[in-house]
Design a protein around this ligand. Structure first.
Ligand code: SF4
Length: 458
């Protein structure tokens, strides 16, 4: 996120905003601030509340700041990859915070090293964008960012900080979200509108695909690339799982979209049962939607330990397994003797779901009918969600019947791609649904390697 707050310490506002964006990344957190002359930066491994001490803010001065919570899609989970990243280029110093994944970053990195002698201190694609922007041709930041848009392939929503201004941009297809809000005489830009709410800022609108916003000398300018939004491809998985339910995205509240998806799931996969429960938290709205549509009562049936992170975005399998065991507890008083419809938002690797089903059976569930509020995930994401490799994706390797047996459910029903698109209005608006269909919005030549920018060990 980025904040321009005249007369205030922008870094403190970013700090509070980052709490609202914690669900988007839990590996590291950082803030860069500018007082109009120089940029200072603090980034560290861990959650937002672990990454900052009060004394850190004495250096993060000024009315301009950007911040980031990291969830790695390129490069390992280590301090050097914590964002914002600071680079030095033809146009001076620049700090950058990025969400997304740039597919051609290995080639661009080589070009930047050869052409500009750029020195890389991280193994992320985000640093490639930062160097590219800091050396891009053009008189204005709009021109320089447009030049980057022509070169970068993949997904990027970003904020960048110069000593005297703030830049925000979204890729030509608008794959990852970004929105704009007003805060008194200033502005806030964030991946999700829930971060604006935390600051008391007013949601204005989404940043358009291909749009560049520049805040300099107290005013905000906007320019949209001529190719911006011709074809749109907002990640539909943001609506299903990733975004917070209180965020507004694509013109609607995520919570309402998830309820509508749950209702569609009930129409597609009805079942004779006593109770609907959701796998908390991201499936709760869909479970309520399923219950309303089917007329089967809804109840909480699993309690989530809120202090365990999202297992799906933990960086490795061992941590994911440990996370699942600590994550849920069933409510036997509610579940015992019941024929349950269990609504889950998605099945990625299928490692969490068997544990959930067996927990419910041990708590006395008579039947477990699993309903998944997303189509089967058969293709990896190369655009900013580190789901898994094709080998790890359960639906890429097993039939639906094999998956049902593997997870131990009595029946299994996935939402169809058609049903999903009907609810979100996708065929008209244009969404990315590549992890379900394999139709990538950008050309994918090779299996993307998350560690493509790591230096080989000597
Ligand atoms: S492939 Fe799936 S997760 Fe990735 S951007 Fe597309 S819809 Fe989102």
């Amino acid at each position: 996120m980025g904040v321009y707050a005249p007369g205030a310490e922008a870094s403190r506002l970013v700090f509070f905003g980052l709490f609202a964006l914690q669900h988007r990344g839990q590996e590291s957190a950082g803030i860069a601030a500018s007082d109009g002359h120089s940029i200072t930066i603090h980034a560290s491994m861990g959650l937002v509340n672990q990454s900052f001490r009060e004394s850190d803010f004495t250096h993060l001065r000024g009315d301009l700041a950007i911040g980031h919570t990291r969830y790695s899609t390129t490069g390992t989970s280590q301090q050097c990859n914590a964002q914002p990243l600071l680079v030095n280029g033809q146009h001076g110093r620049l700090a950058l915070a990025h969400n997304g994944n740039v597919i051609n970053s290995p080639q661009l990195k080589r070009q930047l090293q050869d052409q500009w002698d750029c020195v890389f201190n991280s193994t992320t694609d985000s640093e490639v964008i930062a160097h590219l922007l800091a050396n891009a041709p053009g008189q204005t930041w709009e021109e320089r960012m447009f030049s980057c848009m022509r070169t970068l392939e993949g997904a990027f929503s970003l904020v960048a900080l110069t000593p005297y201004g703030l830049i925000a941009a979204r890729d030509l297809l608008g794959i990852r979200p970004l929105c704009l809000g007003k805060l008194n005489d200033g502005w806030v830009i964030a991946s999700e509108s829930c971060a604006l709410e935390h600051l008391g800022a007013t949601y204005m609108r989404e940043v358009e695909p291909g749009e560049v916003l520049v805040i300099e000398n107290g005013s905000l300018r906007s320019a949209v690339h001529t190719s911006g939004g011709r074809r749109r491809a907002l990640c539909v998985f943001e609506l299903i799982y990733f975004a917070r339910p209180d965020s507004i995205m694509d013109g609607g509240q995520i919570h309402s979209v998830r309820q509508a998806l749950g209702a569609q799931l009930a129409r597609e996969h009805p079942v004779d049962a006593d109770l609907v429960i959701g796998v908390p938290d991201s499936s709760t709205a869909a479970a309520v939607g399923y219950s309303r549509q089917s007329g089967i009562p809804y109840s909480e049936g699993l309690v989530k330990n809120r202090y365990v992170g999202r297992t799906f975005i933990e960086p490795n399998q061992r941590l994911r397994d440990l996370g699942v065991r600590q994550k849920f507890n069933p409510l036997p008083d509610v579940i015992s003797g019941q024929r349950l419809v269990v609504v889950d938002d998605s099945i990625v690797r299928g490692t969490t779901t068997p544990h959930v089903v067996s927990l419910l059976r041990r708590a006395g569930a008579k039947e477990v009918h699993l309903r998944v509020c997303a189509p089967p995930i058969r293709h990896p994401c190369y655009m900013g969600v580190d789901m898994a490799t094709r080998k790890e994706l359960i639906a890429a390797n097993k039939t639906e019947e094999e998956i049902r047996q593997f997870i131990g459910a009595d029946t299994l029903g996935y939402l169809s791609v058609e049903g999903l698109m009907q609810v979100v209005g996708g065929r008209q608006k244009g969404f990315c649904d590549a992890c379900f269909t394999g139709n990538y919005p950008v050309p994918i030549q090779l299996e993307w390697d998350k560690l493509a920018l790591e230096e080989p060990e000597e």
